[in-house]
Design a protein around this ligand. Sequence first.
Ligand code: AMP
Ligand code: MG
Length: 324
Amino acid sequence: MKTQLFAAEQVKEAAALIKKGGLVVFPTETVYGLGASAFNPGACARIFSAKGRPSDNPLIVHVAREDQLAEVAGPLSPQAKALKEAFWPGPLSLIVPKNPQLPEIVTAGLATVAVRWPSNPLAQAFLNECGVAVAAPSANVSGAPSPTNFEMAKSAMLGRVDGILMGEECEEGLESTIVGFPDGQAKILRPGSITADQIALVLGCDPASLIYLAPNEGRPVSPGLKYTHYKPNAEVRLFRSAEDWAGLSLEGHKVGVLLVGSSVPTPPDWDVARFEDWKAYGKALYSSFFEFDRIGCTLILAQLPEAGGIGTAIANRLGKAAGH
Ligand code: AMP
Ligand code: MG
């Protein structure tokens, strides 16, 4: 398939492809999304095949206007409304009742829909031009890290989609926080850069009450939670301090290391991605994986943050990347 590349000024042309039932990759503040009209079931089916995504893993729908929201979602609960007011536009997806008119394929048959209103200005301009809500999972092949810059989006999706809209590097670099309300209680189904403390403050609840423990039986509340995710080609191992390297057999490996601060020294033959703080580390996590893969690293050593704040989201992605 021929993939058209669009500069930021060509939002109209990119949106025209969506209106015709095409697939377009576009930037958001979290990661690049792989979009199709949420009201075109055939186009949404193509999202699943372009990604190799299992059909039981529902899509997040992106909106940039109240009328787009009303087309995909039923009435919001007071808690959902409060979170919408506090964090939209922004990197938070809310699981809310589905509008019956929204095609089943988008929600993989669930009665709820995941919705997000992105803050990235180019994403907003694109969604406005589309005039319709856009279903868009991350623009990676299933299981791989999400693209957080144009180069990565192109590398993942060239030949698989109709168009790619070129934006800046994603400001957050990690997928949205997902909040759902199983049994009417707010729960964080996927941690992201909007933290449990921030959400608890808005809802007036204890942050610990937001922790979601998936039941062992039955259909998972968030089907995507059960799949492998975020894996680069290189093997990923996690560490907290340089002592954790001591027992590792590095024989024959080209090593890339991701770490925060200047206190941990690294051997001269390793490729090093060193960040000032965990926010910067999270933002560059996937692009560092991409870069290490590109230069042929076979082993990535990634520093593991303490849980809490952005550390919870980073530890969640790293755990999956390392296959835990
Ligand atoms: P992605 O867009 O690739 O980052 O993945 C979307 C995530 O949202 C997956 O983990 C899905 O399981 C989750 N999701 C989407 N729709 C729903 C829903 N209606 N209820 C719960 N989780 C959902
Ligand atoms: Mg994804």
